[in-house]
Design a binder for this molecule. Structure first.
Ligand code: AMP
Ligand code: MG
Length: 505
């Protein structure tokens, strides 16, 4: 008697790399939008860091990080099935000047995959940054160094944990292949994820080349995929500009409230989704200085902390100019752009009320806020620690003031402001414990200070990636008190005073 044993070939394991469904909707745009090309392989890649939270968004099991297939795929050495790798063209204004054609000089879009995100398109695009030369590399080498890749990775995930819209970072892989910057450095590839990587500069590209057909195709693509609710608006293109302007204003208000400085707010780094994009010489405010410039290459201070709202608005104007052929009337463009200031003001005002633990509004609050920024500026008090420690203030008991008061060179100035703040809290019968809990939910204890990133980078450059992983774990819970991680909330050490972050990446 013959017995046949049915052999069941197991399908791909749930959450495995093989289960990722990839296709590329962007590739459906006309050919002039991009160049199809494969990433350039890197020798002997290794995993530097990976984000389990990011992986979970696309249904990928973090166990996969250990597999060579994962490392090869996200270095660009093996293509995942369904990928249609391409680099997109765009243009932009850099430091206020029209720069003409730029494009993905070192980024390759693999495609998109279904994702657990609440907003359309319910998918995330996967992009390799530093994956080799493209037709848009200009003078560059198509690569990214380990240092800047770790910074982008950590900050993307840190911003997400802070609740600030951002592109995500799945992982960083490294290779011993050397490239030249100020000195020779090793190469890395960062895998980024976003619903779309379309930039203001993508629109400017078709406007300035007179290709209004492509301008329309791009706007339709963005509306269809990311803003489907605008499809039926009376003037969809005007509605798109207004919504992008609104989101951008809200985003910058969130940056200001947490002390984040982007560093290179060129129009080619502005996302059409209003998310933080293209992390380069960014920084978090430490010793408060409203005019602080985090990018060492920005000698004029165009992108200083206090300039960000104005510059973001200016960038929206650049987008509005580019969309004029679609919208038709300059007045309609202006009407859409007029959304910026009220949206920014209202968002920042709400965030500041939250940061100070104020539940109500009073007409005079603006002067309380102004007085606060004046004393922060005069004493160069640490921005993050100030708000965090302020949460411990007790309305009727100044004996708890020391930790926050100690941040000020001019203690008397703090005392004078605290008097005003206390009477304001009394007027709304603020409860100390409740207020403290609420403030701790919006004022982070842990942000990606440059010196923390630097320490992790220096270890990683010696092939010890443990500090990158540890720092990621700390930054994933920025609002929590984390026993044993107090040092990560400390003021920068003396050596950090000389840290300079430039456009070199
Ligand atoms: P960024 O200021 O980093 O946003 O870059 C501006 C432009 O330069 C973009 O088009 C980038 O793709 C391109 N770029 C930056 N670094 C490189 C590089 N190493 N190789 C090729 N292109 C680059
Ligand atoms: Mg860029």
């Amino acid at each position: 008697m013959n017995t046949t044993v049915a052999t069941v070939t197991p399908g791909p394991r749930a959450g495995s790399l093989e289960q990722l469904q990839i296709d590329n909707g962007f590739a459906g745009l006309p050919d002039e939008f991009f160049t199809r090309l494969a990433p350039t392989p890197l020798p002997a890649p290794y995993l530097v860091a990976a984000s389990a939270a990011a992986a979970q968004l696309i249904g990928l099991d973090p166990q996969e990080f250990k597999r060579d297939a994962f490392i090869q795929a996200f270095t660009g050495n093996n293509l995942l099935p369904g990928s249609v790798p391409l680099s997109a063209v765009y243009s932009g204004h850099q430091f206020g000047v029209w720069a003409g054609q730029l494009g993905d000089g070192r980024a390759i879009l693999l495609g998109e995959t279904p994702a657990r995100i609440s907003e359309p398109p319910g998918r995330l695009e996967l992009q390799l940054k530093g994956a080799g030369l493209t037709p848009y590399s200009r003078m560059g080498d198509g690569r990214a160094v380990l240092r800047s890749s770790i910074r982008e990775f950590l900050c993307s995930e840190a911003m997400a944990a802070l609740g600030i819209p951002t592109s995500r970072a799945l992982c960083v892989t490294g290779s011993d292949h050397m490239i030249m910057r100020e000195m020779p450095e090793t190469t890395a590839v960062a895998t980024r994820m976003a619903p779309s990587f379309v930039r203001f500069g993508s629109f400017e590209h078709w406007y300035y080349s007179g290709r209004h057909d492509n301008l329309r195709a791009l706007a339709d693509h963005v509306i269809d995929r990311c803003y489907p609710e605008l499809r039926d608006a009376p003037q969809p293109y005007q509605a798109l500009l207004a919504e992008v302007t609104r989101r951008t204003a809200r985003l910058v208000a969130q940056w200001q409230a947490v002390g984040f400085m982007h560093g290179v707010l060129n129009t080619d780094n502005m996302s059409i989704l209003g998310i933080t994009l293209d992390y380069g010489p960014f920084g978090f405010m430490e010793a408060f200085d409203a005019h602080h410039i985090c990018n060492h290459s920005d000698s004029q201070g165009r992108y200083a902390y206090d300039m960000q709202p104005r510059i973001a608005h200016w960038n929206c104007y650049a987008l509005g100019q580019a969309m004029l052929p679609l919208i038709g009337e300059a007045d309609d463009v202006h009407a859409a752009l007029a959304v910026f200031q009220p949206e920014y003001d209202a968002t920042f005002d709400t965030l500041l009320h939250g940061k100070l633990g104020l539940a109500t509004r009073e007409p005079d609050d603006a002067s309380l806020f102004d007085a606060l920024f004046t004393i922060l500026q005069d004493s160069h008090a640490d921005f993050t620690l100030f708000f965090r420690r302020l949460g411990a203030l007790r309305v009727d008991d100044p004996s708890h003031d020391e930790p926050v008061r100690d941040l000020f060179i001019d203690r008397a100035a703090f005392d004078a402001w605290a008097l005003q703040y206390r009477s304001r809290l009394r007027r709304e019968a603020s409860q100390d414990d409740t207020r403290r809990q609420q403030m701790n939910r919006v004022n982070p204890k842990y942000v990606l200070r440059n010196y923390l990133a630097q320490a992790a980078i220096e270890k990683a450059q010696k092939k010890d990636f443990s500090e990158v992983a540890h720092l990621l774990a700390v930054l994933e819970h920025p609002f929590d008190e984390q026993a044993g991680n107090e040092a990560y909330a400390a003021l920068p050490p003396d050596w950090a005073a000389h840290l300079e972050v430039s456009c070199s990446s």
